[in-house]
Design a protein around this ligand. Structure first.
Ligand SMILES: [Zn+2]
Ligand SMILES: [Zn+2]
Length: 343
């Protein structure tokens, strides 16, 4: 071995020892660093999203440029069925319908629920079924769904159970979401506004709360299926409640499983842990930190019409990047920036 090689080895060992001493001494890396690793692409259901999850440059809502995961979703769950939503008769049982949420409670949308709406909402104007036959008023066509599932519900569809089917969608509803690779905490919580709150691990979007006020004002019920989702002609299938359906990632400790990611890159976990206990010490955004996961959210209970309360981190604003290759946009070439009721 030459003298230079020996010299190189000696220097390398010296640097190694110095480095070790530095790391193990007072200057050791802080132990309270947020271990939040951000989104793990491999946690998403294979085939649940369109193509591969890639990284691109992006700009956060504070103007900072960073790197984001680019995730294109399909608006269809690959790991569970869609529907049913609305029962057809007031004698139907819970298998014939989905769920509805009121004041934190989840109701089965069965025949009895439909028959009892006037009482539930203490409003005699509810008449969602034919009193002679017991048949439930349901939006049975694409036209009916489109006319009823909007903020100004078409008069003829007042007092209807609103359901839209995936079959009604003839355009491409795939949607690209940019999520920062490294979550960047905000100095104060950020409003959720409209649009997706995040993505479930099966690629379905967690939506902003359904606009229940507008829906009820028209005496309509925009029923969710038992998985807490329903179909909108513009975005496809999306969730308004976490009911335990869909892909989850179990945690090595007893912590609640990972169910998705918020748009700021922090993980969203189920509400309850393996023993059924709810997370404690949650902030207004429904988040807290622990040594394993760093900052993360816990989804609200299914009856609350929400997943998280606010954004802890910065997001990429959803002036949506163009989706898909040219020509794949809906025929009218435009698409609402905001999701519309049923939202
Ligand atoms: Zn937790
Ligand atoms: Zn909706």
């Amino acid at each position: 071995m030459s003298k230079t090689t020996w010299a190189a080895i000696v220097i390398a060992v010296a640097i190694g020892i110095a480095g070790y001493l530095w790391l193990s001494g007072d200057a050791a890396p802080p132990t309270d660093t947020n271990p939040t690793a951000g989104l793990t692409p491999s946690h998403f259901l294979a085939g649940g999203v369109e193509g591969d999850i890639t990284t691109v440059d992006c700009t956060l809502d504070n103007g900072a440029t960073t790197t984001c995961y680019k995730i294109t979703t399909k608006g269809v769950p690959r790991d569970h069925d869609v529907g049913p939503f609305c029962p057809r008769s007031i004698t139907d049982n819970a298998d014939a319908g989905g769920i509805w949420l009121k004041d934190g409670t989840v109701y089965d949308v069965d025949g009895k629920f439909v028959a009892g709406l006037a009482e539930l909402y203490d409003d005699d104007k509810w008449q969602l079924y034919d009193p002679k036959t017991g048949a439930v008023n349901v939006t049975l066509t694409k036209e009916a769904c489109a006319a009823a599932a909007r903020p100004d519900v078409d008069e003829q569809y007042h007092n209807h159970c609103v359901e839209c089917l995936l079959d009604y969608i003839d355009g491409d509803v795939s949607e690209t979401t940019l999520i920062p690779v490294t979550p960047v905490p905000r100095s104060s919580p950020g409003e959720l506004r409209n649009g997706p709150v995040g993505l479930a691990l099966n690629g379905v979007r967690f939506d902003a709360p359904a606009p229940v006020h507008a829906i009820l004002a028209a005496h309509t019920i925009a029923a969710f299926d038992d998985c807490g989702g329903h179909v909108n002609l513009h975005v496809g299938y999306h969730y308004h409640a976490a009911t335990g359906c869909g892909t989850q990632v179990k945690q090595p400790d007893d912590h609640a499983p990972l169910i998705g990611y918020a748009r700021d890159g922090y993980g969203i976990y189920a509400m309850a842990d393996a023993n059924g206990a709810e997370a404690t010490g949650l902030d207004a955004c429904r988040g807290h930190s622990d040594a394993v996961r760093g900052y993360h959210y816990h989804a609200a209970s299914a009856g609350e019409n929400m997943f998280i309360g606010c954004f802890h981190g910065h997001v990429v604003e959803t002036a949506r990047p163009r989706r898909g290759p040219p020509g794949s946009a809906p025929r009218d070439g435009k698409r609402p920036q905001r999701s519309k009721p049923p939202g």
